[in-house]
Design a protein around this ligand. Structure first.
Ligand code: NAP
Length: 307
């Protein structure tokens, strides 16, 4: 029989998802987002699929918030292995899941869906992906670090929970809406109940975005993580000015749209070590691959594809 011709599109729509039968190799994985055209996930996931000669492809789907329910119902029926979820679906998808793992319940956000026997299971690999990235980039484990987290949204919550689970020395949460930082700190308080750091500073703190408070904390942290979108848009400032940063710091910007984000540039100017979020993207994607296939991800193949 003549082989079906591949229909290759950069971005598919909900309508394409309704009529996927003529695509070859079949699309059985993807990312749902709005916008989604900039997602780098297809590059690394398709490289991994080709590496293992798995006859399927991973595609981008432009899915708006009001289309998400139908899109998830469709993948239940279409023999999908699973999907990634990105902005703005990570939180709203929670109510559409049949099952959620412990991370998803604690974080309140899902970035990986696996379909099994028509049921959708939710996972969150951002925290573990972040921990692997820190180990790889700075050769240090989270448990040895005093961490300052900028943000209290989905990514920040995943990273903060990972710091808590790995028993980081300290965690300082800084957020524009201070009450959200306080709420997150309150949720994590049991993890930080034990004594660890000698000295006057508490192990777990929420602080407002105020220069004096940030300046004081910077002397008492090792790693600063930007988990806000500040730096994503052209002309954005660094979320913390270079004059407040110091050479002893490690700086991790979860943004990966540029190699030298405003935060990375400010950190380098201050003499600190700094990197963007590409390594977290890689590792959260590798962990997703492992959830879908119960098989080790070809990390170097995926890394090369991202470059
Ligand atoms: P989110 O849930 O919308 O949370 C955004 C957070 O940033 C909130 O705490 C918000 O503060 C804060 N924020 C937003 N705009 C701000 C501004 N102009 N000034 C100060 N704070 C601001 O978003 P998310 O899903 O966590 O994503 C956050 C970032 O993480 C994005 O840039 C995304 O690209 C990145 N990310 C990277 C990876 C990776 O693999 N590298 C994975 C996931 C996410 P309020 O509470 O005050 O609104």
């Amino acid at each position: 029989m003549k082989k079906k011709r591949a229909v290759v599109k950069e971005v598919y729509t909900l309508d394409d998802l309704r009529n996927l039968h003529d695509v070859d190799p079949p699309i059985r994985l993807g990312v749902f987002g709005d916008p989604v055209e900039h997602s780098l996930s297809p590059r690394m996931q398709n490289a991994a699929l080709r590496h293992y000669k798995i006859d399927m492809q991973y595609a981008r789907f432009q899915i708006s918030p009001d289309e998400l329910r139908e899109a998830i119902n469709l993948i239940r029926k279409l023999e999908f292995i699973g999907v990634n979820l990105t902005i703005p679906h990570k939180i709203s998808a929670l109510e559409l899941l049949d099952m959620a793992d412990d991370n998803v319940k604690r974080i309140g956000a899902v970035n990986v869906i696996k379909v099994e026997a028509g049921k959708v299971h939710g996972f969150n690999t951002d925290g573990r992906g972040f921990a692997r990235a820190i180990r790889e980039v700075f050769s240090v484990d989270l448990r040895d670090l005093r961490v300052m987290m900028l943000g209290a949204g989905g990514a920040a919550r995943a990273i903060a929970l990972q710091c808590a689970k790995e028993n980081s020395e300290r965690l300082v949460i800084v957020n524009r809406s201070f009450e959200k930082a306080q709420k997150l700190a309150h949720q994590l308080r049991d993890f930080f109940a034990g004594p660890k750091v000698l000295g006057p500073v508490p192990r777990l703190q929420a602080i407002p975005v105020e220069e004096a408070a940030i300046r004081f904390q910077i002397a008492n942290v090792d790693l600063i993580v930007n988990a806000t979108p500040v730096g994503l848009n052209r002309g954005d400032p660094s979320p913390i000015a270079a004059r407040l940063l110091a050479p002893h710091l490690m700086v991790y910007d979860t943004i990966y749209s540029a190699e030298r984000t405003p935060f990375v540039a400010a950190a380098i100017e201050a003499g600190a070590r700094a990197t963007n979020g590409l390594s977290m993207l890689l590792h959260q994607g590798a962990l997703a691959f492992e959830i879908w296939f119960q098989h080790e991800a070809p990390i170097e193949v995926m890394r090369t594809a991202l470059r």
